[in-house]
Ligand binder design. Structure first.
Ligand SMILES: C[S@@+](CC[C@H](N)C(=O)[O-])C[C@H]1O[C@@H](n2cnc3c(N)ncnc32)[C@H](O)[C@@H]1O
Length: 569
């Protein structure tokens, strides 16, 4: 199962499909248990504490919402806190009909949640009829996503359902997507819960969820990230991959997020390790709110980040130390593309036809020296004798009648070439490669980077070859490419791609142009000459340790800081 996808390993009851959002439109009615993964009490207490739903506040004057109540794990504790607060503030619980709102789609769960509410109230001396009225009023058996009141909430807390897009009936998913535009593409249902919750917050209101954290990095989470960075403040991000958060074992990578409708301030980023549930709850909360690890809490790592990401860019969090360093570097240095161009080599759609080692295959002017990933093997560009059979000239595709040997060669392979998607789309250009060739790139000095490798290994091409499609290139009129090569070769270069990149199965790191473009490097002119010389020497000698020593000085960070950021992944 792919990272972050939820599936209940230990099934609780039957697994049934989701009730459609609009039965009138969709015409199906089945009760739901899907997505029912219940939260352990220690997590409930932590989420409520982090949200600030605490009995020392006048909770009777607030509106708190639980959008997917299940059997009432959050609700029970919320009612308990509300009761204590009413006593402290001289309020009557009987008047608190508007203080809590809970939704639950499944009738049986909703009834259990009401029973939980009644039992908490009556256990604290609330008389039966009042307990009954409050329980019935607070817990609604309904779809939060379609029936939530537009009431402005001070708190939205809970554990939204874990339902993957392919498990939602298509019409229902389409309906939710129309109502909640951040739920794009193959987004899981929880995205819509986040959007609904965030929209519902009054100014200063807070949403605290324990939920899958895939959306922080993946493509479908982009619109939600943009919503958060555009109008909210991410106050706490507590990664819980190792922690024992749920009653059932799940294939899940959850995190607690505390998001306030406010201008973004500092963010506390933390990781909760195995056994964290044994920690003292008050100490744990204080640590997280203050943004520093406390003695006596085993398995908690905490860092404070002064500024957060912008727009829809991913939030790559592998450890608090890594994220804190990444944000610092991102704040202080411009992206690589400010002074360099990052691109990818030519894709052909049929390398068997377009790539050759036969120097006599067609007219010599139609053969372009091609750099392949294997040519970089030793860290030095060593051309392996491959050519691109090149159908391009400056103004577009060549006129084949001007190159009879090229024409004969392409026509010999015409059937295969015409089957390619790119040729079907452009029938007249049936002999084109997928990407156009920009010949001026060949003569430029440039760095090559192979797209799947364990380490960032930039290699210099002195203007002799054109890159094949599994090579990225970095070209620049401003940089001394050997200085830049030294920075990229260093452990700091590696730190960036490890932060942004994706590790494939088997441990391979997949670079993509978008990740390379986000790498931060100093302005070339700001690098002292002596460090420039060091970086060039390190690059030429493929000496990563020497490159790292110079790069640390250039970036102004300590070795300890870098090691802490790299070490915990
Ligand atoms: C992950 S469980 C969490 C339950 C509870 N909050 C807890 O933490 O133990 C999610 C619950 O959401 C309910 N649910 C699913 N879709 C819903 C919807 N559209 N509106 C309200 N509840 C929904 C499920 O029936 C399930 O009980």
């Amino acid at each position: 199962m792919a990272e972050g996808q939820y599936s209940v390993r230990t099934m609780r009851g039957s697994q049934m499909s989701l009730i459609p959002a609009e039965p009138a439109i969709l015409g199906v009615q089945t009760p739901a248990h899907r997505g029912a993964v219940f939260t352990r009490p220690w997590v409930v207490e932590l989420v409520l504490d982090l949200a600030g739903y605490t009995a020392d506040r006048d909770l009777a004057g607030c509106v708190a919402l639980e959008p997917s109540a299940g059997d009432g794990a959050f609700l029970g504790s919320m009612v308990g806190r509300l009761l204590v607060s009413t006593k402290a503030y001289g309020r009557d619980i009987a008047d608190c009909g508007s203080a809590l709102v809970a939704y639950e789609l499944d009738a049986d769960s909703a009834e259990r949640a009401r029973a939980m509410v009644r039992s908490v109230l009556m256990g604290k001396g609330v008389v039966g009829p009042v307990a009954e009225r409050l329980a019935t009023g607070w817990v609604r058996c309904a779809d939060y996503l379609t029936e939530a009141d537009p009431v402005a909430a001070d708190f939205v807390v809970g554990n939204p359902p874990y339902i993957r897009s392919e498990e939602i009936p298509e019409e229902t998913a389409a309906y939710y997507r129309r109502c909640f535009p951040t739920m794009r593409g193959r987004a899981d249902l929880y995205i819509a819960f986040f959007e609904a919750a965030l929209r519902q917050l009054r100014d200063g209101g807070v949403c605290a969820f324990i939920c899958a954290d895939r959306w922080m990095r993946n493509q479908y989470g982009g619109a939600l990230r943009e919503m958060v960075t555009g109008g909210y403040s991410l106050e706490v991000l507590l990664e819980m991959h190792e922690a024992n958060a749920f009653e059932d074992e799940v294939d899940a990578y959850p995190a607690i997020t505390v998001i306030r409708r406010a201008v973004q301030g500092r963010t506390v980023v933390a990781t909760a390790g195995l056994g964290i549930e044994l920690a003292d709850g008050a100490l744990l909360t204080r640590s997280l709110l203050e943004g520093r690890a406390a003695d006596g809490i085993h398995g908690l790592r905490v860092a404070c980040v002064d500024t957060w990401f912008h727009g829809d860019s991913p939030w790559p969090c592998q450890s608090p130390e890594q994220l804190a360093l990444l944000r610092r570097l991102e704040d202080r240095f411009p992206v690589l593309e400010t002074n360099a161009r990052v691109g990818i080599g030519v894709a052909t759609g049929n390398d068997g036809v377009f790539v050759t080692t036969d120097a006599a295959l067609v007219e010599p002017s139609r053969l372009l020296k091609l750099a392949m990933a294997k040519d970089l093997g030793e860290g030095v560009m060593k051309w392996s004798g491959h050519y691109l059979v090149d159908p391009w000239e400056r103004d577009g595709l060549v006129d084949l009648t001007a190159y009879p040997r090229l024409q004969a060669y392409f026509e010999e392979h015409g059937a295969a070439l015409k089957r390619r998607h790119t040729a079907v789309k452009n029938v007249r250009g049936w002999y084109k490669t997928i990407d156009r060739v920009t010949h001026s790139l060949t003569q430029k000095r440039k760095l090559y980077i192979a797209d799947i490798k364990n380490v960032l290994e930039p290699v210099l091409d002195c203007g002799e070859t054109y890159p094949h499609h599994n090579l990225y290139f970095v070209a620049s009129a401003v940089w001394d490419l050997e200085v830049l090569g030294g920075l990229l070769l260093s452990a700091i270069g590696q730190f960036f791609v490890e932060s942004y990149g994706v590790r494939m199965r088997g441990g391979y790191l997949r670079f993509q142009a978008q990740y390379l473009r986000r790498i931060r490097v100093p302005e070339p002119g700001s690098i002292p000459a002596s460090l420039g010389i060091e970086l060039v020497a390190a690059f030429r000698g493929r000496d990563r340790a020497r490159a790292t020593a110079a790069a640390l000085l250039v970036y102004g960070i300590s070795r300890e800081e870098l090691e802490a950021a790299i070490g915990h992944r």
